[in-house]
Write a protein that binds this ligand. Structure first.
Ligand SMILES: [Fe+2]
Ligand SMILES: [Fe+2]
Ligand SMILES: [Fe+2]
Length: 172
């Protein structure tokens, strides 16, 4: 726990801890959404999607670790029970009920876009007031933007395959 860490934090400290715990809950849910999606995925580009989801799951878990460390440094407590994750998360857990890769990609894309807004919110709150939390949120924002881009690329490639097939359907 950091005494000075708290002293130099020039903003609504309870509000910040609340937001960090909401983001923390979202990272665990994102981790599980990707982790399970990687196992269930079937359909177009399945092996590539599976690998990407597994990698993103690891990265979401890393984000959860970064947030937990910062919450503790600010003398807060990361949510104690998994039962609290869904209660505190602003970005909802989307169960991978439909295992088709396009459905999973769309679902995780929606989650990434929610995460982008979350870290933008934390960056806005901390800008010029809490340099350390700002840096952490900015680093995570960078990763979430990259995730969004990668999922968009998968969906575009799969769509392109359909268009390509249609265009060349007479060339057997
Ligand atoms: Fe994340
Ligand atoms: Fe992400
Ligand atoms: Fe990726």
């Amino acid at each position: 726990m950091g005494k000075t860490a708290v002293e130099i934090c020039e903003l609504d400290y309870n509000k910040l801890l609340e937001l960090l715990n909401e983001a923390y809950a979202e990272e665990w849910l994102a981790y599980y959404q990707y982790w399970l999606g990687a196992k269930l995925a079937t359909g177009a580009m399945r092996t590539a999607v599976e690998a990407e989801f597994a990698e993103h799951a690891d990265e979401e878990l890393e984000h959860a670790e970064m947030l937990a460390a910062r919450i503790i440094q600010l003398q807060g407590t990361p949510l104690i029970s998994p039962a609290d994750w869904e209660k505190h998360a602003g970005c909802r857990y989307l169960p991978p009920q439909n295992p088709c890769t396009v459905a999973l990609l769309e679902q995780n894309l929606a989650s990434e876009r929610c995460a982008v807004h979350r870290y933008r919110q934390i960056c806005d709150l901390c800008h010029g007031k809490d340099y350390e939390t700002f840096e952490i949120a900015r680093k995570i924002l960078h990763d979430e933007l990259e995730h969004e881009q990668e999922l968009e690329d998968f969906l575009a490639d799969i769509e392109h395959e359909k268009i390509c097939r249609e265009k060349h359907k007479d060339n057997k």
